[in-house]
Design a protein around this ligand. Structure first.
Ligand code: FAD
Length: 419
Protein backbone atom coordinates (compact mmCIF):
# COMPACT_ATOMS: atom_id res chain seq x y z
CA UNK A 1 0.00 0.00 0.00
CA UNK A 2 1.31 3.48 -0.88
CA UNK A 3 0.52 6.61 1.08
CA UNK A 4 1.04 10.29 0.28
CA UNK A 5 2.23 10.94 3.83
CA UNK A 6 3.34 8.65 6.65
CA UNK A 7 3.48 10.14 10.13
CA UNK A 8 5.43 8.28 12.79
CA UNK A 9 4.21 9.12 16.27
CA UNK A 10 0.78 10.13 17.54
CA UNK A 11 1.74 12.74 20.12
CA UNK A 12 0.53 16.35 19.76
CA UNK A 13 2.92 17.04 16.85
CA UNK A 14 1.99 13.88 14.93
CA UNK A 15 -1.74 14.31 15.56
CA UNK A 16 -1.63 17.91 14.32
CA UNK A 17 0.45 16.86 11.32
CA UNK A 18 -2.16 14.19 10.49
CA UNK A 19 -4.98 16.75 10.59
CA UNK A 20 -3.00 19.16 8.39
CA UNK A 21 -1.95 16.57 5.77
CA UNK A 22 -5.38 14.97 5.52
CA UNK A 23 -7.09 18.39 5.36
CA UNK A 24 -4.94 19.04 2.30
CA UNK A 25 -6.37 15.95 0.61
CA UNK A 26 -3.49 13.53 1.25
CA UNK A 27 -3.83 9.84 1.88
CA UNK A 28 -2.28 9.65 5.35
CA UNK A 29 -1.03 6.81 7.53
CA UNK A 30 -0.39 7.54 11.21
CA UNK A 31 1.73 4.88 12.92
CA UNK A 32 2.32 4.62 16.66
CA UNK A 33 3.92 1.88 18.67
CA UNK A 34 1.64 2.42 21.66
CA UNK A 35 -1.82 1.06 22.26
CA UNK A 36 -3.18 4.59 22.54
CA UNK A 37 -2.38 7.88 20.81
CA UNK A 38 -1.57 11.09 22.68
CA UNK A 39 -0.46 9.37 25.89
CA UNK A 40 1.91 12.14 26.97
CA UNK A 41 -0.54 14.85 25.94
CA UNK A 42 -3.12 13.14 28.15
CA UNK A 43 -0.90 13.51 31.24
CA UNK A 44 0.44 16.98 30.41
CA UNK A 45 -0.47 20.05 32.42
CA UNK A 46 -1.25 17.92 35.47
CA UNK A 47 -3.72 15.81 33.46
CA UNK A 48 -5.61 18.92 32.32
CA UNK A 49 -3.60 19.52 29.11
CA UNK A 50 -2.03 22.91 28.85
CA UNK A 51 -2.85 23.15 25.09
CA UNK A 52 -1.11 26.46 24.51
CA UNK A 53 -0.33 29.83 26.02
CA UNK A 54 -1.93 33.18 25.26
CA UNK A 55 1.06 35.44 25.95
CA UNK A 56 2.26 37.58 23.02
CA UNK A 57 4.50 35.77 20.50
CA UNK A 58 7.68 37.47 21.77
CA UNK A 59 6.94 36.24 25.28
CA UNK A 60 6.24 32.72 24.03
CA UNK A 61 9.60 32.70 22.25
CA UNK A 62 11.29 33.87 25.48
CA UNK A 63 9.69 30.95 27.31
CA UNK A 64 11.23 28.52 24.83
CA UNK A 65 14.89 28.96 25.81
CA UNK A 66 15.92 26.01 23.63
CA UNK A 67 15.93 27.55 20.13
CA UNK A 68 12.58 29.32 20.47
CA UNK A 69 13.79 31.89 17.94
CA UNK A 70 13.75 29.20 15.26
CA UNK A 71 9.94 29.31 15.57
CA UNK A 72 9.57 33.01 14.63
CA UNK A 73 8.81 32.28 10.96
CA UNK A 74 6.64 29.27 11.81
CA UNK A 75 4.55 31.50 14.09
CA UNK A 76 3.83 33.85 11.15
CA UNK A 77 1.97 30.89 9.56
CA UNK A 78 0.47 29.06 12.56
CA UNK A 79 0.69 30.20 16.17
CA UNK A 80 -0.92 30.06 19.61
CA UNK A 81 -4.03 31.93 18.41
CA UNK A 82 -4.31 29.44 15.51
CA UNK A 83 -4.18 26.59 18.04
CA UNK A 84 -6.97 28.21 20.07
CA UNK A 85 -9.12 28.62 16.92
CA UNK A 86 -8.35 25.07 15.88
CA UNK A 87 -9.61 23.62 19.16
CA UNK A 88 -12.63 25.90 19.28
CA UNK A 89 -13.41 24.57 15.78
CA UNK A 90 -13.34 21.06 17.24
CA UNK A 91 -15.81 22.13 19.92
CA UNK A 92 -13.22 22.30 22.71
CA UNK A 93 -13.77 25.48 24.71
CA UNK A 94 -10.59 26.83 26.30
CA UNK A 95 -10.03 29.03 29.34
CA UNK A 96 -7.05 31.20 30.24
CA UNK A 97 -5.35 30.73 33.61
CA UNK A 98 -2.31 32.36 35.25
CA UNK A 99 0.70 33.27 33.07
CA UNK A 100 -1.43 32.94 29.91
CA UNK A 101 -1.82 29.17 30.25
CA UNK A 102 -4.74 27.80 28.22
CA UNK A 103 -6.70 24.73 29.34
CA UNK A 104 -9.87 23.02 28.16
CA UNK A 105 -12.87 24.14 30.23
CA UNK A 106 -13.47 20.44 30.94
CA UNK A 107 -10.10 20.37 32.78
CA UNK A 108 -9.61 16.97 31.15
CA UNK A 109 -6.66 16.37 28.84
CA UNK A 110 -8.39 13.32 27.41
CA UNK A 111 -11.13 15.54 25.93
CA UNK A 112 -8.42 17.29 23.88
CA UNK A 113 -6.95 13.98 22.70
CA UNK A 114 -10.41 12.58 21.88
CA UNK A 115 -11.38 15.66 19.85
CA UNK A 116 -8.20 15.36 17.78
CA UNK A 117 -8.74 11.64 17.22
CA UNK A 118 -12.34 12.26 16.11
CA UNK A 119 -11.13 14.86 13.62
CA UNK A 120 -8.43 12.56 12.28
CA UNK A 121 -10.92 9.74 11.78
CA UNK A 122 -13.38 12.09 10.03
CA UNK A 123 -10.59 13.08 7.67
CA UNK A 124 -9.99 9.43 6.78
CA UNK A 125 -6.50 9.10 8.25
CA UNK A 126 -5.52 5.45 8.57
CA UNK A 127 -4.27 4.74 12.08
CA UNK A 128 -2.04 1.81 13.02
CA UNK A 129 -1.35 1.51 16.73
CA UNK A 130 0.83 -1.21 18.31
CA UNK A 131 3.12 -0.76 15.33
CA UNK A 132 6.72 0.14 16.13
CA UNK A 133 8.61 1.67 13.24
CA UNK A 134 12.07 0.07 12.95
CA UNK A 135 13.59 2.17 10.20
CA UNK A 136 12.97 5.07 7.84
CA UNK A 137 14.07 4.15 4.33
CA UNK A 138 16.13 6.57 2.23
CA UNK A 139 17.43 6.20 -1.28
CA UNK A 140 19.60 8.78 -3.09
CA UNK A 141 18.65 11.66 -0.79
CA UNK A 142 14.94 10.80 -1.08
CA UNK A 143 12.69 9.27 1.52
CA UNK A 144 11.04 6.05 0.35
CA UNK A 145 8.98 4.87 3.28
CA UNK A 146 9.26 3.01 6.57
CA UNK A 147 9.98 -0.47 7.83
CA UNK A 148 7.80 -1.76 10.67
CA UNK A 149 7.98 -4.93 12.75
CA UNK A 150 7.98 -8.17 10.76
CA UNK A 151 10.08 -6.46 8.04
CA UNK A 152 6.97 -4.97 6.42
CA UNK A 153 7.82 -1.99 4.22
CA UNK A 154 5.28 0.78 3.73
CA UNK A 155 6.03 3.24 0.93
CA UNK A 156 5.47 6.97 0.79
CA UNK A 157 7.10 10.01 -0.79
CA UNK A 158 6.80 11.93 2.47
CA UNK A 159 7.60 10.78 6.01
CA UNK A 160 7.11 12.92 9.10
CA UNK A 161 9.11 11.88 12.16
CA UNK A 162 7.10 12.95 15.23
CA UNK A 163 8.32 10.45 17.84
CA UNK A 164 9.18 12.95 20.60
CA UNK A 165 12.25 12.90 22.84
CA UNK A 166 13.51 10.46 25.47
CA UNK A 167 11.63 11.62 28.53
CA UNK A 168 8.96 9.63 30.37
CA UNK A 169 9.44 6.56 28.12
CA UNK A 170 6.34 4.72 29.36
CA UNK A 171 4.34 7.16 27.18
CA UNK A 172 6.15 5.79 24.10
CA UNK A 173 8.84 8.48 23.72
CA UNK A 174 11.94 6.31 23.84
CA UNK A 175 14.22 8.30 21.56
CA UNK A 176 13.83 6.01 18.52
CA UNK A 177 13.87 8.88 16.05
CA UNK A 178 17.41 10.09 16.68
CA UNK A 179 18.97 7.07 14.91
CA UNK A 180 16.73 7.60 11.86
CA UNK A 181 17.68 11.29 11.75
CA UNK A 182 21.38 10.40 12.06
CA UNK A 183 21.07 7.83 9.27
CA UNK A 184 19.66 10.64 7.11
CA UNK A 185 22.77 12.69 7.82
CA UNK A 186 21.23 14.99 10.42
CA UNK A 187 23.14 16.29 13.43
CA UNK A 188 21.75 15.39 16.84
CA UNK A 189 22.80 18.00 19.38
CA UNK A 190 23.63 16.71 22.85
CA UNK A 191 20.57 15.37 24.68
CA UNK A 192 19.97 16.42 28.28
CA UNK A 193 17.15 16.57 30.82
CA UNK A 194 15.19 19.82 31.09
CA UNK A 195 12.23 20.73 33.29
CA UNK A 196 13.55 18.25 35.82
CA UNK A 197 13.98 18.18 39.63
CA UNK A 198 17.45 19.07 40.94
CA UNK A 199 19.59 16.96 43.29
CA UNK A 200 21.75 18.13 46.18
CA UNK A 201 24.06 16.51 48.72
CA UNK A 202 23.76 19.32 51.25
CA UNK A 203 23.54 17.79 54.76
CA UNK A 204 20.12 19.36 55.38
CA UNK A 205 18.83 17.65 52.21
CA UNK A 206 20.37 14.29 53.15
CA UNK A 207 18.94 14.62 56.65
CA UNK A 208 15.54 15.50 55.11
CA UNK A 209 15.30 18.56 57.38
CA UNK A 210 13.03 20.47 55.02
CA UNK A 211 11.53 17.59 53.04
CA UNK A 212 8.00 18.40 51.88
CA UNK A 213 8.24 22.12 52.66
CA UNK A 214 6.86 24.34 49.88
CA UNK A 215 7.95 27.94 49.51
CA UNK A 216 5.60 30.23 47.60
CA UNK A 217 6.62 32.84 45.04
CA UNK A 218 10.35 32.77 45.78
CA UNK A 219 13.12 34.13 43.57
CA UNK A 220 15.26 31.11 42.74
CA UNK A 221 18.60 31.74 41.04
CA UNK A 222 21.36 29.67 39.47
CA UNK A 223 24.64 31.44 40.25
CA UNK A 224 27.89 31.78 38.33
CA UNK A 225 31.10 30.99 40.27
CA UNK A 226 31.41 34.77 40.89
CA UNK A 227 28.02 34.79 42.65
CA UNK A 228 26.16 36.65 39.89
CA UNK A 229 22.89 35.07 38.73
CA UNK A 230 22.79 33.19 35.42
CA UNK A 231 19.00 33.08 35.65
CA UNK A 232 16.34 33.84 38.25
CA UNK A 233 12.81 32.44 38.19
CA UNK A 234 10.09 33.68 40.48
CA UNK A 235 7.66 30.87 41.24
CA UNK A 236 6.97 28.19 43.88
CA UNK A 237 9.41 25.47 44.92
CA UNK A 238 9.48 22.44 47.22
CA UNK A 239 12.22 20.60 49.15
CA UNK A 240 12.34 16.85 48.51
CA UNK A 241 14.28 13.88 49.87
CA UNK A 242 16.83 14.20 47.05
CA UNK A 243 16.96 17.97 46.51
CA UNK A 244 14.49 20.53 45.23
CA UNK A 245 11.56 20.53 42.83
CA UNK A 246 8.52 22.59 41.85
CA UNK A 247 7.92 25.12 39.06
CA UNK A 248 10.83 27.50 39.83
CA UNK A 249 13.22 24.54 40.08
CA UNK A 250 12.06 22.95 36.81
CA UNK A 251 12.65 26.24 35.00
CA UNK A 252 16.11 26.62 36.50
CA UNK A 253 17.09 23.01 35.80
CA UNK A 254 18.46 23.37 32.27
CA UNK A 255 20.71 26.21 33.47
CA UNK A 256 22.02 23.96 36.24
CA UNK A 257 22.75 21.21 33.70
CA UNK A 258 24.72 23.66 31.53
CA UNK A 259 26.53 25.27 34.48
CA UNK A 260 27.50 21.85 35.84
CA UNK A 261 29.24 21.06 32.56
CA UNK A 262 31.51 24.06 33.13
CA UNK A 263 31.98 23.50 36.86
CA UNK A 264 35.33 22.16 38.10
CA UNK A 265 33.86 21.00 41.44
CA UNK A 266 30.82 19.30 39.86
CA UNK A 267 28.55 21.51 41.91
CA UNK A 268 26.62 24.67 41.18
CA UNK A 269 25.35 27.18 43.72
CA UNK A 270 21.69 28.18 43.80
CA UNK A 271 20.11 30.92 45.88
CA UNK A 272 16.63 31.14 47.37
CA UNK A 273 15.24 34.63 47.88
CA UNK A 274 12.22 34.24 50.15
CA UNK A 275 11.20 37.89 49.88
CA UNK A 276 12.01 39.01 46.34
CA UNK A 277 10.08 42.31 46.69
CA UNK A 278 12.22 43.60 49.59
CA UNK A 279 15.93 44.26 49.95
CA UNK A 280 17.98 42.91 52.84
CA UNK A 281 17.80 46.15 54.84
CA UNK A 282 14.00 46.32 54.52
CA UNK A 283 13.73 42.71 55.67
CA UNK A 284 16.01 43.48 58.63
CA UNK A 285 13.94 46.55 59.57
CA UNK A 286 10.71 44.58 59.37
CA UNK A 287 12.18 41.87 61.61
CA UNK A 288 13.28 44.52 64.13
CA UNK A 289 9.79 46.04 64.16
CA UNK A 290 8.09 42.70 64.77
CA UNK A 291 10.57 41.69 67.46
CA UNK A 292 10.49 45.09 69.19
CA UNK A 293 6.73 44.88 69.54
CA UNK A 294 7.15 41.69 71.56
CA UNK A 295 10.64 42.00 73.12
CA UNK A 296 10.15 39.23 75.68
CA UNK A 297 8.89 36.60 73.21
CA UNK A 298 11.18 33.87 71.87
CA UNK A 299 12.25 34.75 68.33
CA UNK A 300 10.81 31.48 66.97
CA UNK A 301 7.37 32.53 68.24
CA UNK A 302 7.63 36.25 67.51
CA UNK A 303 8.49 35.65 63.83
CA UNK A 304 6.03 32.77 63.37
CA UNK A 305 3.59 33.71 60.63
CA UNK A 306 6.07 36.10 59.04
CA UNK A 307 7.90 33.32 57.26
CA UNK A 308 7.01 29.60 57.02
CA UNK A 309 7.72 28.05 60.42
CA UNK A 310 10.02 25.21 59.33
CA UNK A 311 12.04 27.55 57.15
CA UNK A 312 12.18 30.08 60.01
CA UNK A 313 13.65 27.49 62.39
CA UNK A 314 16.05 26.28 59.71
CA UNK A 315 17.35 29.77 58.86
CA UNK A 316 17.66 30.72 62.54
CA UNK A 317 19.80 27.61 63.07
CA UNK A 318 21.83 28.43 59.96
CA UNK A 319 22.40 31.92 61.38
CA UNK A 320 23.48 30.44 64.71
CA UNK A 321 20.56 32.04 66.58
CA UNK A 322 19.00 30.08 69.41
CA UNK A 323 15.29 29.63 68.68
CA UNK A 324 14.41 30.82 72.19
CA UNK A 325 16.45 34.03 72.05
CA UNK A 326 14.44 37.15 72.82
CA UNK A 327 14.92 40.49 71.07
CA UNK A 328 16.78 42.12 73.98
CA UNK A 329 19.48 39.39 73.80
CA UNK A 330 19.93 39.53 70.04
CA UNK A 331 22.66 41.55 68.35
CA UNK A 332 21.68 43.59 65.29
CA UNK A 333 24.74 42.13 63.53
CA UNK A 334 23.33 38.61 63.87
CA UNK A 335 19.81 39.75 62.95
CA UNK A 336 21.20 41.39 59.79
CA UNK A 337 22.94 38.14 58.91
CA UNK A 338 19.65 36.31 59.39
CA UNK A 339 17.91 38.86 57.11
CA UNK A 340 20.64 38.11 54.58
CA UNK A 341 19.73 34.42 54.66
CA UNK A 342 16.06 35.24 54.10
CA UNK A 343 17.10 37.33 51.12
CA UNK A 344 19.54 34.79 49.75
CA UNK A 345 20.02 31.33 51.21
CA UNK A 346 22.60 29.47 49.14
CA UNK A 347 22.79 25.75 48.55
CA UNK A 348 25.04 23.63 46.41
CA UNK A 349 23.41 21.32 43.88
CA UNK A 350 25.15 18.52 42.03
CA UNK A 351 22.82 17.31 39.29
CA UNK A 352 19.29 16.51 38.22
CA UNK A 353 17.13 13.46 37.98
CA UNK A 354 17.59 11.45 34.77
CA UNK A 355 16.43 12.42 31.27
CA UNK A 356 13.79 9.69 31.59
CA UNK A 357 12.37 11.44 34.67
CA UNK A 358 12.50 14.90 33.05
CA UNK A 359 9.36 16.51 31.67
CA UNK A 360 11.18 17.50 28.49
CA UNK A 361 14.27 16.42 26.52
CA UNK A 362 16.77 19.16 25.68
CA UNK A 363 18.76 18.86 22.45
CA UNK A 364 17.73 16.86 19.40
CA UNK A 365 17.68 17.20 15.62
CA UNK A 366 19.60 20.38 14.85
CA UNK A 367 17.30 23.18 13.71
CA UNK A 368 20.06 24.39 11.39
CA UNK A 369 19.25 21.50 9.07
CA UNK A 370 15.48 22.10 9.02
CA UNK A 371 13.60 24.65 6.88
CA UNK A 372 11.93 26.93 9.44
CA UNK A 373 8.74 27.56 7.42
CA UNK A 374 8.08 23.94 6.43
CA UNK A 375 9.89 21.65 8.92
CA UNK A 376 11.36 19.91 5.87
CA UNK A 377 14.79 18.31 6.12
CA UNK A 378 17.45 20.26 4.23
CA UNK A 379 19.23 16.95 3.63
CA UNK A 380 16.65 14.36 2.50
CA UNK A 381 13.75 15.11 0.14
CA UNK A 382 10.37 14.26 1.57
CA UNK A 383 11.59 14.01 5.17
CA UNK A 384 10.02 16.18 7.88
CA UNK A 385 10.49 16.55 11.64
CA UNK A 386 8.17 18.04 14.24
CA UNK A 387 7.73 18.19 18.02
CA UNK A 388 10.16 17.37 20.77
CA UNK A 389 12.55 15.37 18.59
CA UNK A 390 13.74 18.75 17.31
CA UNK A 391 16.35 20.68 19.26
CA UNK A 392 13.62 22.94 20.65
CA UNK A 393 12.54 22.93 24.28
CA UNK A 394 10.45 25.27 26.36
CA UNK A 395 9.36 25.67 29.92
CA UNK A 396 6.28 23.75 30.99
CA UNK A 397 3.30 26.07 30.73
CA UNK A 398 2.10 25.11 27.27
CA UNK A 399 5.25 26.15 25.42
CA UNK A 400 6.40 22.64 24.36
CA UNK A 401 2.91 21.67 23.34
CA UNK A 402 2.61 24.91 21.35
CA UNK A 403 5.89 24.11 19.62
CA UNK A 404 4.65 20.56 18.89
CA UNK A 405 1.33 21.76 17.42
CA UNK A 406 2.94 24.54 15.36
CA UNK A 407 5.76 22.40 13.93
CA UNK A 408 3.26 19.54 13.41
CA UNK A 409 0.91 21.78 11.45
CA UNK A 410 3.73 23.00 9.21
CA UNK A 411 5.17 19.54 8.64
CA UNK A 412 1.72 18.10 7.83
CA UNK A 413 0.74 20.91 5.46
CA UNK A 414 4.02 20.82 3.54
CA UNK A 415 4.40 17.04 3.44
CA UNK A 416 0.97 16.98 1.78
CA UNK A 417 2.39 19.11 -1.03
CA UNK A 418 5.47 16.91 -1.53
CA UNK A 419 5.82 15.92 -5.19
C1 FAD B 1 4.10 14.68 32.86
C2 FAD B 1 4.33 15.67 31.74
C3 FAD B 1 3.71 16.91 31.79
C4 FAD B 1 3.95 17.86 30.78
N1 FAD B 1 3.33 19.07 30.88
C5 FAD B 1 3.55 19.98 29.91
C6 FAD B 1 2.94 21.27 29.98
O1 FAD B 1 2.19 21.56 30.90
N2 FAD B 1 3.22 22.15 28.99
C7 FAD B 1 4.04 21.84 27.94
O2 FAD B 1 4.25 22.66 27.06
N3 FAD B 1 4.62 20.64 27.86
C8 FAD B 1 4.40 19.71 28.80
N4 FAD B 1 5.00 18.49 28.70
C9 FAD B 1 5.82 18.19 27.49
C10 FAD B 1 4.93 17.82 26.30
O3 FAD B 1 3.93 16.90 26.69
C11 FAD B 1 5.80 17.22 25.18
O4 FAD B 1 6.77 18.18 24.81
C12 FAD B 1 4.97 16.83 23.96
O5 FAD B 1 4.07 15.80 24.26
C13 FAD B 1 5.87 16.39 22.81
O6 FAD B 1 5.05 16.05 21.73
P1 FAD B 1 5.57 15.14 20.53
O7 FAD B 1 4.43 15.03 19.60
O8 FAD B 1 6.84 15.68 20.01
O9 FAD B 1 5.94 13.73 21.16
P2 FAD B 1 5.25 12.74 22.20
O10 FAD B 1 4.09 13.39 22.87
O11 FAD B 1 6.36 12.25 23.04
O12 FAD B 1 4.69 11.57 21.29
C14 FAD B 1 5.55 10.71 20.56
C15 FAD B 1 4.77 9.52 20.05
O13 FAD B 1 5.62 8.76 19.17
C16 FAD B 1 5.41 7.39 19.39
N5 FAD B 1 6.62 6.63 18.99
C17 FAD B 1 7.86 6.70 19.53
N6 FAD B 1 8.71 5.85 18.92
C18 FAD B 1 7.98 5.22 17.97
C19 FAD B 1 8.28 4.21 17.02
N7 FAD B 1 9.49 3.67 16.93
N8 FAD B 1 7.29 3.78 16.19
C20 FAD B 1 6.04 4.30 16.27
N9 FAD B 1 5.71 5.25 17.16
C21 FAD B 1 6.65 5.71 18.01
C22 FAD B 1 5.11 7.29 20.88
O14 FAD B 1 4.40 6.09 21.18
C23 FAD B 1 4.30 8.56 21.14
O15 FAD B 1 2.91 8.33 21.00
C24 FAD B 1 4.81 17.53 29.70
C25 FAD B 1 5.43 16.29 29.65
C26 FAD B 1 5.20 15.35 30.66
C27 FAD B 1 5.89 14.03 30.59
Amino acid sequence: MNYDVIIIGGGPSGLMAAVASASNGSKVLLVDKGTKLGKKLAISGGGRCNVTNRLPIDEIIKHIPGNGRFLYSAFTIFNNESIIKFFEGLGIQLKEEDHGRMFPTTDKAQSVVDAMLKKIRELGVEIRTNTAVKQVIYDNQNVKGIKVGGEEIIKSKAVIIAVGGKSVPHTGSTGDGYAWAKAAGHTITELYPTEVPITSKEPFIKEKTLQGLSLRDVGLSVLKPNGKPIITHRMDMIFTHFGISGPAVLRCSQFVVKALKKSKENTVTMEIDLMPDQNQEEIFQEAVQILKSEPKKAIKNALKGWIPERYLHFLLEQAGIDLNTVYDQLSHRLLRYFAGLIKGFRLKVNGTLSIEKAFVTGGGVSTKEIEPKTMRSKIINGLYFCGEILDIHGYTGGYNITSAFVTGHLAGTNAANEQ
